[in-house]
Design a protein around this ligand. Structure first.
Ligand SMILES: [Zn+2]
Ligand SMILES: [Zn+2]
Length: 213
């Protein structure tokens, strides 16, 4: 079974996740919003060999830790091409939203794509393209867990008023590609606590229209 560690980082408390195979010791990092040191400490404590840094999307609050982390761990960095423009704007957005000066994120080693299968130790992780919050937003499906970035939160959904956002795409991504999963699957969002597919179907006020249909 894969194991998951949630590491909240940065001023916007973005969740960085360490997803790893405890038997083989391989893992990946999903999102790295800041605070590479804090993430590396947990990687070291768990004795994980990180094979890559995979982003759910390109907003600065999910990427600012990538440069240091990549340097320290010597692994690749991957994101969907639909967020290339957003990624390059990360320093400007960090300045605008947090009033901090940051280096630009490194160039991605490769673009990831819908349906791509990543290997984590002995296990498959599937990339699911879920545009809406941003054009290149993706979720990662690993066993009975889905990492939803800023697409779906416990009790809420991602904002769509930033450049490239689309509420219509967001809702259709959520209904077709996320809520179609079994109810007992765990949801690990980009901010805030975890949830389950069943709980979101039943309780998420932004998804009420799907229940009333
Ligand atoms: Zn975002
Ligand atoms: Zn975010």
């Amino acid at each position: 079974m894969l194991r998951v560690e949630c590491i909240p980082v940065g001023r916007l408390l973005s969740n960085s996740y360490l997803l790893y195979d405890p038997e083989l010791g391989d893992g990946i990092i999903i999102d790295a919003g800041d605070d590479a040191e804090k993430i590396i400490k947990i990687v070291d404590e768990r004795g994980v060999e990180v094979k890559g840094i995979y982003l759910t999307h390109g907003h600065f609050d999910h990427v600012l830790g990538v440069r240091d982390l990549k340097e320290d761990l010597g692994c690749g960095f991957y994101i969907h091409e639909g967020d290339a423009a957003i990624l390059s704007r990360a320093p400007a957005d960090a300045k605008y939203f947090l009033d901090v000066e940051v280096d630009p994120p490194p160039e991605p080693d490769e673009w990831i794509f819908d349906g791509q299968i990543l290997r984590v130790g002995d296990h498959n992780v599937r990339v699911i393209h879920t545009p809406g919050h941003t054009p290149g937003s993706v979720c990662y499906l690993a066993e009975e867990m889905i990492f939803t970035g800023d697409t779906l939160f416990a009790g809420s959904i991602g904002r769509t008023d930033l450049p490239g956002g689309s509420l219509q795409s967001l809702l259709s991504s959520i209904s077709a590609k996320i809520l179609s999963l079994p109810d007992h699957y765990a949801v690990y969002p980009g901010h805030g606590p975890s949830s389950t597919i069943g709980a979101e179907k039943m309780l998420n006020p932004f998804l009420r229209f799907m229940r009333d249909r």
